[in-house]
Design a protein around this ligand. Structure first.
Ligand SMILES: Cc1ncc(COP(=O)(O)O)c(C=O)c1O
Length: 423
């Protein structure tokens, strides 16, 4: 496709083509310093690979942090977006569009929502959680339980739900009423509900849980914990909310992670990331009538949410995942990759863990940043998610050969890495 817009080192016509060094320098002079120095300047992607401005190729095992479910420049996805752009690009939410309605219907079907379930579209994960938080307030109660280690986003409401002190502190006071419970501690959860039922504490509006905590290093909340939370919420009239922003849309090997947990059915699910597969889009699914009716006309809104381009991007994503059996692929390739790493007995590697293609490789020492940068030099994009773990969240189209290529490079990196022994 032709593109006549120049991104070179303008405005000087004498300046040369954009290189990593030149764009990085322009970046630091033009973009706020919230993300640190970029690791590379990326110019092109195809399938599971991306290329930098100096022509180097990388196997992308992070996929824009669990976003590019179909990899880069997938033909079904790009042609659907291009066709919609040439038909109807944007309308206000005073009007309906067919793609938006079709997407809502698909999500309700995939989530196995009850009659009366409804969807609200957003543009990001934090906005989806912000909307869910507002739904919780509309129960007439203000107390929300969330988990230590949970990450729900950076806007003020989502930040109030997020546990990490370093993210919260600079912005306090945050919206009140949120309490963070110890991870996977059913006794603490039951005690919080019992105090509310006994009238010794405020009634609980909602429990918000990330079923596999991605940013905390890929930690799975147990099925039993989820079952207890669900049962207690039902008994007490609280909303049971799952944040599937990172785990949803195939990442863990099913459309939603809760579908892999027999007996679990939340009232509300929040989505973003893989839903648009690279086109910004989020969604809040209310799975039953009660949850669906919490937000009434005037209670919430968005200019872009559910825009027809975003909606066709998501419809193309869902269609391709279904057509190409990518849920099965995520489950199989994820298990294959973890098994290969675990059976290699590599130095400094504790375990490769995770679900589907949301994977953490944990180390016995705080070497994740060094492993990440060494892998990058070798042509592999990964993420040092904690000091002692790298995270992989590759496209769902990752092949066995690509996974094997990574395992071989990773084995070489681990065998040659010089680690000051703190084990
Ligand atoms: C579980 C979870 N919730 C919410 C968010 C926030 O999403 P966004 O960055 O799109 O606002 C993230 C992002 O990493 C996430 O992993």
């Amino acid at each position: 496709m032709r593109n006549d817009i120049s991104y070179s080192d303008s405005p000087s016509p004498a300046s040369g083509p954009a290189t990593q060094a030149s764009v990085t320098a322009r970046y630091s002079n033009s973009i706020m310093n919230t993300f640190g120095t970029p690791q590379r300047v990326l110019v092109r992607g195809e399938g599971c690979f991306v290329w930098d401005a100096d022509g180097n190729r990388y196997l992308d095992l992070l996929a824009g942090i669990a976003v590019n479910a179909l990899g880069h420049a997938h033909p079904t996805w790009t042609s659907a977006i291009a066709a919609q752009l040439g038909t109807l690009g944007h309308v206000s939410n005073f009007f309906a569009t067919t793609p938006q309605v079709a997407l809502a219907e698909s999500l309700l079907r995939l989530a196995v929502a009850e009659e009366g379930g409804r969807v609200f579209f957003t543009n990001s994960g934090t906005e989806s959680n912000e909307a869910a938080f507002k739904m919780a307030r509309r129960t007439g109660r203000t107390r929300v339980l969330a988990l230590e280690g949970g990450f729900h986003g950076r806007t003020m409401g989502a930040l109030a739900l997020t546990a990490k002190q370093a993210y919260r502190e600079p912005f306090e006071p945050l919206p009140g009423g949120v309490e963070h419970l110890p991870f996977n501690d059913e006794d603490a959860l039951v005690a919080a509900f019992e105090a509310a039922i006994a009238g010794e504490a405020e009634p609980i509006a909602a429990v918000m849980i990330e079923p596999v905590q991605g940013e905390a290093g890929v930690r799975e909340v147990t099925r039993n914990y989820l079952l207890t939370a669900q049962r207690k919420c039902a008994e007490h009239g609280a909303l049971f909310i799952l944040d599937e922003v990172q785990t949803g849309i195939g990442r863990t090997g099913s459309w939603f992670n809760y579908l892999q947990r027999p007996g679990i059915k939340p009232d509300v699910v929040t989505l973003a990331k893989g839903l648009g597969a690279g086109f910004p889009l989020g969604a809040v699914i209310a799975l039953n009538e009660r949850a669906a009716n919490l937000l009434q006309p005037g209670n919430h809104g968005t200019t872009f949410g559910g825009n027809p381009i975003a909606a066709v991007a998501a419809l193309a994503t869902l269609h391709t995942i279904e057509r190409d059996h990518l849920l099965l692929n995520a489950e199989r390739i994820g298990a294959h990759l973890r098994n290969r790493v675990n059976s290699a007995n590599l130095p400094h590697v504790d375990i490769a863990t995770g679900v589907g293609l949301l994977i953490a490789i944990r180390f016995t020492a705080p070497i994740a940043a060094e492993v990440q940068s060494t892998l990058l030099e070798a042509g592999f994009i990964t993420n040092a998610v904690t000091p002692q773990a790298i995270r992989l969240a590759p496209p769902l189209i990752l092949t066995t050969t690509q996974a094997d290529t990574f395992v071989e490079a990773f084995s070489h990196v681990m065998s040659t890495l010089k680690v000051e022994d703190s084990e």
